[in-house]
Design a protein around this ligand. Structure first.
Ligand code: LLP
Length: 420
């Protein structure tokens, strides 16, 4: 459930009519609902309420805006970070270091130093080579790094190939069959406290079966590791639970069902469980608000050309992702259209042959479910400045990232003196 609803024929975010935001800030603009994020954080917490003190580390990559991080910090969530930049953003937003998990396949020595210096819950290591580097960094700092190995359980997640991470041919984690050897070798490395096992098999998962299969393998590994004398105290079960995008397809399992499955599979593990949800928390809490520039006839269906483009919302172009497209003030008519942006490539297509509200030039429309992996993946392709972000809470709203101006794009480039 989200807080983007029609009231008196006008789409609102909570109590704020979207035309008011478009008027004040211009379009395109991302609009986030704080109440929706809070609700999703609470629903996930409630779904896990039967577990002993779980840590929910929000995957910052989904939406790293400071206002989003602060909202989720206030809900008690930690942060799952994958770069020095995300670590610094989490700290800057006031996330307590002991609630920060550092994931990612290519952590550098500098990033390790940053997180070790500032503190964290644990590093999720993705190779033995990475463990050796962290060991050297920690030993040189006179510190002990809390670590888990991320294992690759070799399960097919059943999601888009570009966001599947738990199959043997993916770059992520240590093959689960090599894990015992990796833990045994890591034991003798100085500066490491090997205390956990981590897994994450992909994103936008619409079935629990692959998750359950991966978690069972982790449970078996923990038992083996304990037999081998390893003091495993934490298990990080990653993120990945999908959310509804298309009302025309059955929704993914809800958090409650997921929570029950987790409780069943992890019974008797005797560890602190960590979760890294991203999309589930913020996905439905955002829309991309855009204006129709013009409607142009097409060979079959007309083209609705909007002022947002693939550089603002890459998901349709990158993953053929489906985002609901709705008029902000529906005229009560329908049309079948291709919805496209102004960027100069055919990939700049949001929807093809879409049955949607009838719209005309000057109408406002939203791309829904644009709170996760949307603004954060934007670029300035075609010299289009980054889109601003607005957060709504009740009847209040605020710009939480200003629109970039073209001048700053121009100023960022430097002309070498031989061309000046
Ligand atoms: N933990 C790790 C280690 C991850 O790699 C990810 C996502 C998450 C947690 C959060 O997963 P979530 O709960 O959000 O599914 N840009 C793509 C999604 C990429 C996901 C990358 N990893 C998209 O727009 O669909």
């Amino acid at each position: 459930m989200d807080h983007f609803q029609l009231k008196n024929g006008v789409l609102h975010c909570e109590n704020v009519p979207l035309p008011a935001i478009a008027e004040a800030v211009g379009t395109p603009v991302y609009v986030y609902s704080a109440a929706t994020m809070q609700r999703h954080a609470r629903v996930f917490q409630e779904a896990l309420a039967g577990l002993d003190d779980p840590l929910i580390a929000y995957a910052v990559k989904a939406n790293p805006n400071a206002a989003v991080l602060a909202t989720l910090r206030d809900e008690g969530l930690g942060a799952d970070v994958v770069s020095g930049g995300e670590y610094r953003r989490a700290i800057a937003a006031g996330v307590p270091p002991e609630k920060i998990v550092f994931s990612g396949v290519g952590k550098t020595a500098n990033e390790m130093r940053l997180a070790l210096g500032g503190g964290l819950c644990q590093f999720n290591l993705e190779s033995f080579e990475e463990a050796e580097m962290l060991s050297a960094v920690a030993a040189a700092m006179g510190k002990t790094a809390p670590v888990a190995f991320r294992v690759n359980p070799d399960v097919e997640a059943g999601t888009h190939a570009k966001i599947s991470t738990g199959a043997a041919h993916n770059k992520f984690g240590i093959p689960i069959l090599d894990a015992l050897a990796a833990y045994a070798s890591a034991k003798s490395l100085p500066g490491l406290d090997v205390q956990g096992v981590a897994v994450h098999i992909g994103s936008q998962l619409t079935s629990l079966a692959p998750l359950e299969s991966a978690f069972r393998k982790v449970g078996e590994l923990i038992a083996e590791l304990r037999k081998g004398g390893h003091g495993i105290r934490k298990a990080d079960l990653g993120g990945g639970l999908g959310i509804p995008y298309d009302p025309g397809v059955p929704p993914p399992p809800n958090p409650k069902t997921y929570g029950k499955m987790v409780a069943k599979v992890t019974r008797g593990w005797n560890v602190r469980l960590i979760f890294e949800p991203g999309r589930l928390i913020v996905g439905n809490a955002g829309v991309l608000l855009t204006e129709v520039i013009r409607v142009k006839p097409g060979a079959t269906d007309p083209f609705v050309i909007v002022d947002a483009a693939m550089n603002d919302l890459m998901r349709p172009s990158l993953y053929d992702a489906w985002h609901a497209i709705d008029a902000v003030q529906p005229r009560g008519t329908r049309m079948t259209a291709n919805v496209v942006g102004p960027v100069c490539e055919t990939g700049d297509t949001f929807a093809t042959g879409r049955d949607m509200d009838g719209v005309q030039a000057g109408d406002l429309v939203v791309f829904r479910t644009a709170g996760a992996y949307a603004a954060t993946m934007a670029s300035t392709y075609n010299s289009r400045p980054l889109t601003p972000e607005v957060m709504v809470s009740g009847d209040k709203w605020a710009i939480v990232r200003e629109r970039q101006d073209v001048e700053s794009l121009i100023q960022a480039d430097k002309i070498p003196n031989w061309l000046a």
